[in-house]
Design a protein around this ligand. Sequence first.
Ligand SMILES: CC(C)(COP(=O)(O)OP(=O)(O)OC[C@H]1O[C@@H](n2cnc3c(N)ncnc32)[C@H](O)[C@@H]1OP(=O)(O)O)[C@@H](O)C(=O)NCCC(=O)NCCS
Length: 261
Amino acid sequence: MRSSLPLEPLTSDEEEEPLRELITETSIHDQAEEKTNYKQETEITYTPYKNSFASRLYGIPRLATTLTAEEAWTSPFNSRKLKPYIRRDYETIQQKLRLLWDIIRYPHRNDPNWLPPPASPIDFCYFQKEHLDQVNDLLQKCFWPGIDVSENLLFPDFSIVAMYKRLVIGCGFMTPQAYITYIAVAPGWEKSGIGQFMVYHLIQTNIGKDVTLHVSANNPAMILYQKFGFKPEEFIVNFYDKYLPDGSLECKNAFFVRLRR
Ligand SMILES: CC(C)(COP(=O)(O)OP(=O)(O)OC[C@H]1O[C@@H](n2cnc3c(N)ncnc32)[C@H](O)[C@@H]1OP(=O)(O)O)[C@@H](O)C(=O)NCCC(=O)NCCS
């Protein structure tokens, strides 16, 4: 039904004016902001891959084949610069690697043009937090449960970790007082010189101090230490009694050996 009252204008001309102004001001402001954003966007010409979203999805390609820092880093122990790699061994073809190569080569055996992918070295580097879980796991398998070497992150100068790509295949630790606490090579990677290089490195890190350690009385590692000139000083009965779990076949008696300088 139509109203009988006359229709009145909703707003007068004077009231509309400030609104128009506001709209114009806002749109000018928006346009200016858009222009600045556009300018900023066009100024970003290149995003380094490591900062990009793609890197979060696919990872850093370098880290797909290694597990060590990209550049030299500072030791928390004495602020010395530690290199990303102590040594990269491209020469030793370890028994496990030979098997791996045979597996890779097998499907291409009839293709004379097939080229194998580039070989990865065995890398030796200083202990970093990225290695911690794998290192603890390896030491617990080789020695006894509950080993945690996170304290050694405070003095990485006296450590060494052997890796094949991202896999920890060996590790060795020493205290700043030159006492070797642990040295181990993962099962299947032994007898190719990894243990020998790790002992050599640890000895070199503390020149001038006698290097000491305890070794179980029936451990063949004694042969390795004797090669470097370690001499037994003491025979300790039941030294490993509080460490080795019940039923362990390891000998609980130990030699205390010393490398004199
Ligand atoms: C001991 C250990 C670290 C040696 O590592 P590795 O990489 O196999 O040692 P290497 O290949 O460098 O061997 C160097 C030398 O040590 C001696 N050696 C090492 N393991 C030996 C073994 N099982 N039997 C006899 N000699 C052995 C050899 O003389 C060898 O030299 P050679 O190959 O020229 O004969 C490794 O066997 C290991 O992790 N064992 C279990 C953990 C352990 O007992 N650690 C020592 C605690 S004190």
